[in-house]
Design a protein around this ligand. Structure first.
Ligand SMILES: *Cc1c(COP(=O)(O)O)cnc(C)c1O
Ligand SMILES: [Zn+2]
Length: 410
């Protein structure tokens, strides 16, 4: 008996074998991995998980691969702590920070890519590719190099320098497409049809997306096997948010957490907020937008899982909120100066939205809240260049230092 039964359509429920495929043949709905939970239940328990190494593969039974020879760079099990200053500043008694900016390639995308490339190798592919807003490119390039795949990454040509270097160092073939992510994604859908490669977020998407569940599993485990009251999650395609909920639900279903009452709130940049707009307008339709924001890693104007993300927010009684570019930069500064974490624009969006939800009374002071920080600030240095302390340049001379000191303390 195996743990993967196949793929199942989220819309019509039709099932199909677990191959490299993401759309239902009958209704064009998205396919999702269909697990044999009886198998899983009889093979995993909390004690087993706790005894395993600190990577996301400690949840192997709940991930969509059959091999135990996984492609890992020790991603996951990232730092998690009760806020030392930010909570107090915002008026929250139980704020926790999940710092996923310190994964191997400095974003949470290492989770989805470790899973996607392990599955791709298992399915017999030797070429991997992705359509990326930046962070995915770095992760696919790194894991592609370690897995000895031929690797293609497609990005918008105007991406931040840090993200291009962060992918390029692993020597993938980088295709810079003139246009935004939605143009890149359209091209990749065509490429994926013609070239039979493992496109992690196209034909491998059902497996890829499952990697994000581990951000739900880990937080529950790190809280001592319980679910938070409220989480704030940055939304691009909407996959991460829906999968955090799926992860918490699976833990609940397996009896690893006693109850599940978590509200999921979605954070987007005002310059690209199709999911938040739908949530606020109580609409089932995600209207595509043309992105215009510094938060490039979450700038997807036509989000593949936007509908499901909005539905999860609604179902869990969470909220959708957006932040302006200025508020995002302030969010980055706030997290650095209060918690010592330098995040990129996506994390700045999480913090800015968290602040707004507290100020508007949508998050209560005693709720146990988790802020998901998904990417590293060194990748988007451009955005904070004007806001950081600059060196006061002096000679190695005590008198020069003394006069500098006096001028600063005047
Ligand atoms: C990709 C990404 C997200 C959101 O991902 P989706 O699953 O597409 O919603 C959030 N934060 C960062 C830093 C990302 O790179
Ligand atoms: Zn279907």
């Amino acid at each position: 008996m195996q743990k993967i039964k196949g793929l199942k359509c989220k819309e019509c429920g039709n099932t199909t074998p677990a191959v490299a495929k993401h759309v239902c043949e009958f209704c064009f709905g998205p396919l999702e991995v269909d697990y044999n939970y009886d198998f899983i239940r009889s093979h995993i328990n909390k004690e087993k998980i706790v005894a395993r190494p600190h990577t996301l593969w400690r949840y192997w039974e709940l991930l969509p691969v059959e091999t135990t020879d996984v492609l890992s760079l020790c991603e996951g099990f990232t730092p998690f702590w009760k806020s030392r200053n930010l909570g107090k500043y915002l008026g929250l008694k139980n704020l926790y920070i999940k710092n996923d900016a310190v994964n191997p390639t400095f974003s949470f995308k290492d989770r989805v890519v470790s899973v996607a490339l392990t599955r791709s190798r298992e399915l017999g592919f030797n070429v991997v590719a992705c359509a990326s807003t930046g962070n995915l490119a770095g992760a696919v390039a790194a894991y592609g190099a370690v897995g000895q795949f031929k690797t293609f990454v497609f990005i918008p040509a105007d991406l931040e320098a840090g993200k291009i270097v962060g992918a390029g160092i692993y020597k993938p073939i980088i295709v810079g497409v003139k246009g935004n992510y939605d143009a890149v994604n359209r091209l990749c859908a065509e490429v994926a049809d013609l070239f039979k490669w493992a496109f992690v977020n196209v034909n491998i998407r059902p497996y890829y997306a499952e990697g994000s569940k581990t951000l739900g599993f880990e937080v529950a485990e790190q809280l001592g096997w319980r679910a938070p009251d409220h989480v704030v999650v940055p939304v691009a395609s909407g996959s991460l948010l829906t999968k955090i909920y799926k992860g918490l639900s699976e833990f609940h279903q397996l009896g690893f957490i006693p109850e599940l009452h978590t509200k999921l709130s979605a954070a987007q940049a005002q310059g690209c907020s199709p999911v938040v707009t739908a949530i606020k307008e109580k609409s089932d339709i995600i209207k595509p937008v043309v992105p215009n924001t510094i938060a490039k890693s979450i700038a997807i104007g036509n989000p593949a899982d936007g509908y499901y993300a909005a539905e999860t927010v609604k179902k869990t009684k969470g909220y959708g909120e957006s932040a302006t570019d200025d508020e995002i930069v302030q969010g980055i500064q706030l997290l650095a100066q209060k918690e010592g974490v330098f995040t990129e624009t996506a994390g700045g969006t999480t913090i800015a939205v968290l602040k707004k939800l507290v100020e508007s009374g949508k998050i209560a002071p005693d709720e146990l809240v988790v802020a998901y920080i998904t990417g590293n600030g060194f990748k988007t240095q451009e955005c904070v260049q004007e806001k950081v302390s600059k060196p006061h340049v002096i000679s190695a001379n005590i008198n020069e230092f003394r006069s500098l000191y006096e001028s600063l303390t005047k």
